[in-house]
Write a protein that binds this ligand. Structure first.
Ligand code: ADP
Length: 620
């Protein structure tokens, strides 16, 4: 130990912690009860970690008694202690864990929280953990001893700017043999948490499913256990109520919302394991943080092993819960986690189960499924691209806004196919409104053909894989050729304008001539009925929307599009008859209009408006 280590030291909080504490104190979150849940949850984690480490080093468990959590209320002075004999923390861990927040995306989250009116709702997505205790306490003293260590340390803070760290006094060190003691000096208005019945109420409501015994130690009277201390996932479905599951979800996931889906079963056979998984009903704030890992906990015979065994594919990273294996060895190393064939088998089977359960939820309880889809549809769609094997199943889960309405499935789409229609059509763009007015829909609309309107950023990606659903290929209306020839137009639109008497070849040649290498080709369009022109991508390679996205991120130059023109349109017909200068103006205008309709800017906006003015003036 160096001399600085032995003296008491003041340290500032990381800026994010100070900001969070400030928010806690000014109580954005009115449900103060949750502080106890957070502390108990941390204590339980520490007991889990000790049990795991002691597999390799049984001596860590030697002193300090059977794993348990104790809650000790005292009056005069008003203190509430939460004590565990888990793994504990050394000096550096106290500094790191209780002075910083390691979560990625914290900064942007806090900014959102400060600006939001509904701070309470948001903070639930974040999970404030230990710091929640500052809602009820104006001073917190933590004494901790890492299992097996000769030293104990005391961390203390009154919130505000920082904390103090010092070696534990002899008396404190003698009391904390292993693990962590957290002493809360309660605020006046939080004194109710010193009443035994109040503590029992909160533990019953939030922490009953903690696997370890929780003991209440009243000032007068015998200590007594106040939770059921069993692993809920090991119990049989028939003895559990929806409330039990909801509570287990909140406790296991550290969540505040209700689960939108619960999956509880036991697999028997070559491998035996229990599964208890939940789909949340709200989106966590870090869903798209690259560092966000899976949240399914791996247990082996009720011993917690790890949080990040990648038990589900990343497109199911919103699923929370537990998988508890009967057969895996307890001493699983990193490498074993990655290469274990049994784990791979479990992963595969559970992934299939989750998708199956989502599917049947979609049929049985569309409202609950809708909540999952609204929050996580974006993530699930990543799987269409990533998981070749389950592509069809994921497509079946997906819900789409189409020209027919919202929340349409591909199954419904296929059932409603038009006579002779063999493909599923879609259009990718920035917003539903813009897509709806896109001329590329005209001919499809005239035939009553349904078109998927895709506006999520991820849509540009998954659609770039070759896809079909129930044997029907998915086809972009802004890529390659479309052939609606065999599909009859509906009654009302049969009276399209007569094709004017101009030479098709001549018109196309004139436009091509005028546009030169600005486009890769010019051709007559099957897509348009009213508009004059549109741009499409070639049959191979990326669709226009993906190209545009990649180009925006400077990942590859966009290739030249094809200009399709509507030979029935008077402006198009006029090109062949016009003189060279006018033909050039008209052709460029056809191109620029098409760009604007796709949400792009003409290459040279000044030249575009000059050209437009020239033509308007002429007409006047
Ligand atoms: P979270 O639990 O979400 O990680 P917290 O702020 O609640 O965030 O706690 C931060 C870290 O402090 C925990 O991850 C853990 O490493 C450590 N910690 C908190 N309480 C305890 C405890 N009772 N025993 C051991 N470590 C603890």
């Amino acid at each position: 130990m160096t001399t600085t280590d032995t003296a008491a030291q003041s340290q500032p909080f990381q800026a994010e912690v100070a900001e969070l504490l400030n928010l806690m104190v000014h109580s954005v979150y009115s449900e103060t009860d949750i502080f106890l849940r957070e502390l108990i949850s941390n204590a339980s984690d520490a007991l889990d970690k000790l049990r795991y480490e002691s597999i390799a080093k049984p001596e860590l468990m030697a002193d300090g008694g059977e794993p348990k959590i104790r809650i000790v209320p005292k009056k005069e002075p008003d203190t509430l202690s939460v004590i565990d004999n888990g793994l504990g923390m050394d000096r550096q861990e106290l500094i790191d864990n209780l002075g910083t927040i390691a979560k990625s995306g914290t900064k942007s989250f806090l900014t959102k929280l400060t600006e939001a009116k509904d701070g309470a709702g948001l903070i639930g997505q974040f999970g404030v953990g230990f710091y929640a205790a500052f809602m009820v306490a104006d001073r917190i003293v933590v004494t901790s001893r890492r299992a097996g260590s000769a030293e104990a340390w005391t961390w203390s803070s009154s919130g505000g700017a920082g904390f103090e760290i010092a070696p534990a006094s002899e008396e404190d060190a003698a009391r904390v043999v292993r693990g962590t003691e957290i002493v809360l000096h309660m605020k006046k208005d939080a004194a109710k948490y010193l009443e035994p019945y109040e503590i029992e109420r909160v533990v019953g409501a939030y922490s009953d499913n903690i696997q370890f015994p929780i003991e209440l130690v009243p000032e007068d009277g015998e200590p007594r256990q106040i939770n059921s201390a069993s692993a809920l996932w090991q119990r049989s479905k028939s003895e559990l109520t929806p409330e039990d599951y909801a509570q287990a979800y909140k406790q296991i996931a550290g969540a505040f919302d209700e689960p939108a889906m619960t999956l509880h079963y036991r697999a028997e056979g070559r491998y035996s394991y229990a599964v208890l998984l939940f789909a949340p009903s709200t989106k966590p704030f870090d869903l798209f943080e690259p560092a966000r890992k899976g949240h399914v906990k791996l247990y082996v015979r009720r011993v917690f092993i790890t949080n990040d065994a990648d038990l589900l594919p990343s497109y199911l990273r919103f699923i929370r819960g537990v998988i508890d294996s009967e057969d895996l060895p307890l001493n699983l190393s990193r490498e074993m986690l990655q290469n274990n064939p049994q784990l791979a088998q479990i992963r595969k089977a559970v992934t299939g189960k989750v998708i199956g359960e989502l599917e049947s939820l979609g049929d049985k309880d569309p409202e609950a499924f809708g909540r999952i889809w609204d929050a996580f549809g974006l993530v699930i769609k990543e799987g269409i691209w990533e998981d070749y094997e389950r592509r069809e199943k994921l497509l079946a889960l997906s819900r789409f806004t189409t020209t027919k309405g919202e929340n349409r499935t591909l199954k419904q789409y296929v059932e409603d196919l038009k006579e002779n229609q063999t493909e599923i059509y879609y259009l990718v763009g920035d917003s539903i409104e813009r897509l709806k007015s896109n001329p590329k829909l005209e001919s499809a609309a005239a035939r009553g053909i349904e078109v998927l309107l895709l506006t999520d950023p991820v849509d540009a990606f998954w659609t770039s894989a070759p896809l079909d659903f129930q044997g029907k290929p998915l086809k972009s209306l802004s890529q390659g050729d479309v052939d609606f020839g065999m599909i009859p137009t509906t009654e009302e639109t049969k009276d399209e304008p007569e094709k004017p008497e101009t030479d098709e070849a001549l018109t196309i040649a004139a436009i091509k001539d005028a546009l030169g290498d600005k486009v890769s080709d010019v051709r007559a369009s099957q897509r348009l009925t009213a508009s004059a022109s549109c741009l499409v991508a070639g049959g191979l390679g990326p669709d226009r929307a993906l190209e545009r996205m990649l180009a925006q991120q400077n990942r590859g130059a966009a290739s030249k599009p094809i200009l399709e023109v509507n030979l029935r349109h008077p402006i198009v017909a006029a090109v062949a008859k016009a003189n060279a200068a006018d033909a050039a103006d008209l052709s460029l205008l056809l191109l620029e209009q098409a760009q604007i309709l796709d949400g792009e800017l003409p290459e040279d906006p000044a030249a575009f408006s000059a050209r437009l003015n020239r033509l308007v003036l002429r007409a006047l």
